[in-house]
Design a binder for this molecule. Sequence first.
Ligand SMILES: [Mg+2]
Length: 390
Amino acid sequence: MMEETTTFADDRALLVERAAVHLFRMPPSVPWEDATHRVPAIEVIVLELTVNGRPAYGFSYTVGVGGTAVRALIQDYCLSQLVGRDARYVIGAWKSLYYHLHRTGMGAITTLALAAIDVALWEVRAQASGRPLHLEMGGSARSIPAYTSGIDLHLSPEELFGLQQVKQAEGYEWFKIKVGLPRQADDIARIAAAREAIGPDAHLVLDANQSWDLGEAVRRCRAFEPFNVSWIEEPLAPEDIGGHATLRSKTGIPLAVGESLYTAQSVRDYLVADAVDIVQADIARVGGLTPWLRIANLAAACNRPVAPHFLVELSLHALCAVDNGLVLENVRGGSLHDLGLAREAIRVVRGAALPSTIAGHGVTLEIAGNQRHRVPASDYVFDDIRSHKE
Ligand SMILES: [Mg+2]
């Protein structure tokens, strides 16, 4: 008897012909300061894959520390794994590279490296299919609300008031400010100013950047409750899952966590412990779009929304690819466009962000025009005095 066979036409393989990595280090275009950190620079790691003679770019980032290590990990241990690989098999590639790298530990350097690779592979696939990234990843929403976000703890209540009014006039309905000043009264003065500027109905969210212990977090959250806060972000150290669960039982303000988690398993631990309301996994820090989608689905299974941290160009596509996307973070001065690395800004119309409709992620990198921000491949020299926090 003739066996029925299934043949698979493999003539459309997307074989990687060349792989290269670039690193850029650029100062933020506006000052950035939160409760635990002054950001000296954003480092953008760009992975360039050539398929069918055409370049495709993936990227990852750091907030000023670790970029050369990420580049070295990719350059010395990953480029050789990419050439000859069929870029259609993105999820398989992630697993393969995960096993290749994970004995250096999963988190920070390793996942940031994986992210640049994963995004580049998704980009190859999306370009080949002719679809924008959010459709290639699944396709759910045509737009997503955006929030205006500032790394703004250095701003006075008066400055904050004026800034939020400007942003509201632009059409935003979600606003995030930093908290975590030494005196609770000073935090409240800033929250009150922001609330007054945006009115009673707009969403106001707060970010503490891990600045409190549990007792202080409980005291501050209770003091902030009258201001109708839509979430408090990173009130405690990210390792303290139990602390978040306890805090959640003691305040009515929803807890947002995730920008400092590096694996889907860490997010799962938060969900299982009932310690988080809004999952903020960062596409670069968790290792790319592939694990980010896994995390978003995990959150969906637990009936929690996602609101990814930073990286606005990619987060916009990711949010429009899933059905539990809440809101997009648009950090003032933080987009690849603001940093001078991407030609186009994302489109935000009356507070709603619209993903690009061209094939792929739609980010056109200005590599040739950014030579002065390029970090040399060797003999890296520290030369930015703004990196010092006195
Ligand atoms: Mg944050």
